[in-house]
Design a protein around this ligand. Sequence first.
Ligand code: PA5
Length: 424
Amino acid sequence: MSANEIIQTKLLNCTLDEIGQYQERVTRIHHDLPQQDFTGWLDLPLREQDELVTSLENIAQEVKACADVLVVIGIGGSFLGAHAVQEALTPYFGKAANGIEVIYAGQHMSGAYVKQLLAYLDSKQVYVNVISKSGGTMEPALAFRTLRLYMEERYGNKATERIIVTTDGEKGILKGLADQAGYRQFVIPDDVGGRFSVLTPVGLLPIAVAGVDIRTLLAGAKDAAIAFSEADLASNVAYRYAVLRHMLYEKGYTMEILASFEPSLSKLGAWWQQLFGESEGKDHKGLYPATVNFSTDLHSIGQFIQEGSRVMFETVVHFNELTDDLAVPFDARDEDGLNYVSNRTFNEVNAICEEGTILAHAEGEVPVIQLALPTLDTYHLGYLLYFFMKACGMSASLLEVNPFNQPGVEAYKKKMQALLKEDK
Ligand code: PA5
């Protein structure tokens, strides 16, 4: 299979024969995009990064040897990518099987969470990785202040060795503080924004500590970068996906639902939601990106998808092979009447559920885009991450918004700051 064929797309319940009409615009955007600020992620997987990867692997080894828990402090693009990969590729139970436990903080400001986290850490050996590109975001800054004092109280001078900072190479409060304290640092490249940073140390260090092979992840992303390096819609699946969703938007659909049938992909959905939501939701434009995990959500939001307002289309991420499975047991009593499925595995039943769901949703007038990949493994996940980022750059540009800023995120921060200062 060539790298171009790794992701297969299929569109149900809708023909968009006009796709070719977009070729000219796509070609223009394809050539203009690399000239924009914050597009360093485009060729990042193609760059020689051996030295960086080795140093990330060495630190990951050290953390695994000296700690039971790595607390990753970050919000938005500074944690969602790592969380997505960790959830997708590490076991459902006993997450530390190949790495150590990686837990997250600074992704909100729940006092209960931080208090309980500190209590939980008391019986564990701890490392902290604080991640913030700007270095001044309130949520991670508050969590880091608390965790830093906690680490100093517990480890004294040795706390310095147990705190790793991932931030800008030159500026920001966190950078200054890390220099002052002598913490080890990883740099977030200047030309890569938060939600496009999963393949930088932002994502790679926590992912490596969680026990995932970051070289394989990067190899998948590299092959995707090569596969999607041409503007031709006939061969570039990432651009085809971008155009499909844009055309559906122009036809009046206002919401895209990313669906998967494997619960370990729910955090991938959260990463995708941030990627597209923060890149496209501007100037009163953009598809609202929602995520569901089936079959769980068929028993909640599934009703709405089938019969509610006809505003959404669905994108289903499917992996042909999953690494683990279990046969449905045969029970001679058959009191539950389920022996008719005992010749199948759970994953086979799940796949049939997926097929039926797609047919039902398509019949219910929901256009369905299917994205199929071979195996849910590290390589293909790296490939998929890059696929979505490349599609997002194109899709937001078709919408004529800047994919790489987030002016709207500042609004709540300003109000919160004003209120916090007012109360003083
Ligand atoms: O995608 C983005 O740029 C944002 O979601 C940021 O990642 C998020 O706001 C966190 O910012 P920072 O890393 O500067 O703390």
